[in-house]
Ligand binder design. Structure first.
Ligand code: ZN
Length: 586
C-alpha cells in the first residue's frame, strides 16, 4: 500500500522530481569539471527489472561508472566515491534501454527521436558511409543518438527492386563489394530480394570468409533452406516467410519452418507493426498519418507516408483484405516460433511508412503481448535478445540488454511497471545511454525543437512538391537553394518519393521520353534531385538517363561514369555506358 501511495505521489509530482534531479545535477556541476561527464552515477532505491529473470528487485542501488554498470544490488553494500552523482529513483522502475534491430537512418534526426523514446540501440539496415561517422559519434556521446550497428548497402541482384540499390550481375564483383564493406567497417552484410541462388550463395560465402554475418530479405526465387544453408542468419520480415508456404491454410508447414530455423540457428524478426500498417494504410490512412507524434518525423521522410506518394495506400481494398488475413496467419506463426524458443528480435523498419521511429518499438512490444507473449517475453525481444545477437555476431561488441554489472549502461527509468502492463514502457521518466543521463525534460526539449523546426521544413517540402507538379522546376530549385541556406542539415526531397516523381518527365509509358520539352524537365528535375543526393550512384544514373533522353550523349556518358565512381559494378550505368559508347563510335 505504501508503495502504491508513493507511486501515486510520483505520478503527480513529476515537476518536483525533475526539479530535484536538476538541482542535484546543477549542484554537483559546480563541484566538478564542467566539460567532463559525471564519472560515477548512482541510482538509489530503484526497482530493478534486470531482465536476467522476470522478478522485480526492490530498493536497489545501481552504480554506473563511465559507460558501464559497475554494481547492481542492495544499497547497503553499494560502494561509490563521495563525488558521485546520486539520484534517488524511489518508485521508478529501471529496465535495459530498448533496441530496434531493423530500422533505417533515412535522416540523422530519426536517431534523436529514437533515443527520446527510450531506444538506446539501433541496427540500421542500409548502411552508407555517413552512417559509419554517425556510429562513431554516437559511441563518443557527441550526438544525441542510440548506439548504432549497421549493415552495408543493399546487396541486390540485377534487375534490382530499385535501380538505386547496390545491384550486381557478376559474382566476382559481388565478392569484391563484400570485402569492401568489411574494410569500411560495416557490421553486417544485407541481402535484398532479387538475388538468384548463385549470387546469394557467393555473397554469403564471401561474408563468412570475412567474418561477417548476412542478414536481410528472402528472395522469392530461393528456398528458405537454401538461404539459411548459405549462411543468412536473419529473415527481415515475417511476410517473407510466405514464400515458404504453399498457402496460409497449410499449418503443417509451420513445423517444418521451425525445424529449419532451429537447424540453421536463425534469428527471427517479425516486423508485425509495419505489416499491420500495410493494410491500415489502405483502409484508414488517417489513423496512421494523424497520430500526434508524426510532428516529430522529418518532413521529407513523411512525404512517403502522405496520400500523394503513399504507394501502399493505392493498392486497394481487396489487397488490404488479403493482407489482413495473412497478417493473422503470420501472427499465429510468430506465436509458434516463440513457443519453439527461436530467438526473436524487435524490429520495426521505421521510418518506412507506417512505422514511426522509437514508438514503433513500443508498438511492436504491444503486438507481441496481443498474441500471447507475457510482457517479460516481449521485453526480452527488445533487450536481452538484441544484446545476445550483437555479442554473437559483432566482434568485440559490448554486453548490453540487461541490468547487470559489466554491461553497458543503457537504461530506462519508468514511472510504472512494464511487467504488469507492456504499455508502461512508454512511461519514460529518463533515459541513460552509454552512462549519460537524460532527464525527460531534456528529451522532451529535443522533440520540441524538432517539432518547431519541422513546421517550417514541412511547408518548404510541400511548396517544392507543388512547384514540381506544376512543372516549375526552376521555382522548385530557388526554394531548395533558399531552404538549404537556412537549414543545411535538413533534406527537402524524399529519396524514394522523388526518385519516382521524376519518372513522369523521364518516361512515356515505360520508354524513355522522345519529347524534348519533357526531357528538359527530366534533366532539370534530376539535377535538382542530385543536389539533394550528390553521393548516391542512383542520382547520377538518373541524370545520365535524362541527358540520354535529351540525346546529349557526351554529358550522359559523363553522368554514367560518375555514377560508376560511386558504385563501380552498377550494371545499370555500365550497360548504358556501353551502349552510348558504341553509338559514339559508329
Ligand atoms: Zn528495412
Amino acid at each position: 500500500m505504501k508503495e502504491l501511495l508513493l507511486n501515486v505521489l510520483f505520478k503527480h509530482s513529476h515537476c518536483i522530481w525533475f526539479a530535484a534531479v536538476l538541482l542535484i545535477f546543477s549542484f554537483s556541476c559546480k563541484n566538478t569539471d564542467q566539460n567532463k561527464p559525471p564519472q560515477t552515477l548512482v541510482l538509489k532505491n530503484v526497482q530493478v527489472i534486470s531482465m536476467v529473470s522476470d522478478q522485480v528487485e526492490l530498493n536497489q542501488c545501481v552504480v554506473i561508472k563511465g559507460k558501464y554498470i559497475m554494481y547492481v544490488g542492495s544499497c547497503d553494500d553499494a560502494e561509490y566515491p563521495k563525488n558521485a552523482e546520486v539520484l534517488d529513483a524511489k518508485g521508478k522502475y529501471l529496465i535495459p534501454g530498448l533496441c530496434d534491430m531493423h530500422m533505417h537512418i533515412d535522416h540523422p534526426d530519426v536517431l534523436k527521436v529514437n533515443l527520446a523514446y527510450g531506444v538506446t540501440t539501433v541496427m540500421n539496415y542500409r548502411g552508407l558511409p555517413e552512417h559509419l561517422i554517425l556510429r562513431q559519434r554516437a559511441e563518443q556521446n557527441e550526438i544525441f543518438s542510440p548506439h548504432i550497428y549497421t549493415t552495408g548497402d543493399y546487396m541486390e541482384g540485377y534487375p534490382a527492386t530499385v535501380p538505386g540499390f547496390l545491384s550486381f550481375d557478376n559474382a566476382d564483383e559481388a565478392r569484391l563489394a563484400v570485402r569492401e564493406q568489411k574494410e569500411k567497417g560495416y557490421d553486417f552484410i544485407k541481402v535484398y530480394r532479387n538475388l538468384d541462388t548463385i549470387m546469394h550463395q557467393v555473397i554469403c560465402d564471401e561474408a563468412a570468409k570475412n567474418d561477417l554475418t548476412v542478414v536481410g530479405h528472402l528472395s522469392p526465387d530461393i528456398s528458405l533452406e537454401q538461404s539459411l544453408a548459405a549462411g543468412q542468419k536473419v529473415i527481415a520480415h515475417t511476410e517473407e516467410l510466405m514464400y515458404h508456404f504453399n498457402n496460409e491454410n497449410d499449418t503443417t508447414q509451420i513445423t517444418e519452418l521451425i525445424q529449419l530455423l532451429k537447424k540453421y540457428q536463425a534469428t527471427y524478426t517479425p516486423n508485425l507493426t509495419i505489416f499491420r500498417s500495410l493494410f491500415l494504410q489502405v483502409e484508414n490512412l488517417d489513423s496512421i498519418n494523424q497520430q500526434d507524434y508524426l510532428k516529430y518525423l522529418q518532413p521529407a521522410i513523411f512525404q512517403s507516408w502522405r496520400r500523394r506518394y503513399n504507394y501502399n495506400h493505392f493498392r486497394g481494398m481487396m489487397w488490404a483484405k488479403f493482407m489482413r488475413a495473412r497478417f493473422n496467419f503470420l501472427r499465429a506463426v510468430t506465436q509458434q516460433i516463440k513457443a519453439a524458443d527461436i530467438p526473436i528480435l524487435t524490429s520495426t523498419d521505421a521510418p518506412t511508412s507506417g512505422a514511426f521511429p522509437g514508438i514503433a518499438v513500443h508498438n511492436e512490444l504491444r503486438e507481441f503481448v496481443e498474441i500471447g507473449f507475457t510482457p517479460y517475453e516481449a521485453l526480452k525481444t527488445a533487450t536481452v535478445a538484441p544484446g545476445e545477437f550483437i555479442k554473437q555476431y559483432v566482434k568485440d561488441a559490448d554486453h548490453f540488454g540487461q541490468v547487470k554489472a559489466g554491461y553497458r549502461a543503457d537504461l530506462l527509468l519508468l514511472d510504472a511497471n512494464p511487467l504488469e502492463n507492456i504499455e508502461n514502457t512508454r512511461s519514460i521518466s529518463s533515459v541513460i545511454k552509454n552512462g549519460v543521463y537524460y532527464s525527460r525534460d531534456s528529451t522532451d526539449k529535443v522533440l520540441n525543437h524538432l517539432q518547431h523546426l519541422y513546421e517550417d521544413v514541412d511547408q518548404i517540402v510541400r511548396a517544392i512538391e507543388t512547384e514540381i507538379s506544376n512543372e516549375n522546376i526552376d521555382a522548385a530549385k530557388r526554394l531548395l537553394t533558399e531552404a538549404k541556406n537556412k537549414y543545411p542539415e535538413q533534406t527537402f526531397m524524399g529519396y524514394y518519393t522523388m526518385w519516382y516523381a521524376g519518372y513522369r518527365f523521364l518516361y512515356d509509358d515505360r520508354a524513355l521520353t522522345e519529347n524534348p520539352e519533357q526531357a528538359d524537365l527530366a534533366l532539370k528535375f534530376y539535377q535538382l534531385y542530385l543536389s539533394e543526393y550528390p553521393k548516391m550512384h542512383g542520382s547520377h544514373y538518373l541524370v545520365g538517363m535524362a541527358y540520354k533522353a535529351k540525346k546529349d550523349t557526351l554529358n550522359a556518358i559523363k553522368a554514367f561514369e560518375t555514377s560508376l565512381s560511386f558504385h563501380p559494378f552498377n550494371p545499370y550505368a555500365r550497360n548504358q555506358l556501353k551502349q552510348l559508347k558504341r553509338e559514339v563510335e559508329e
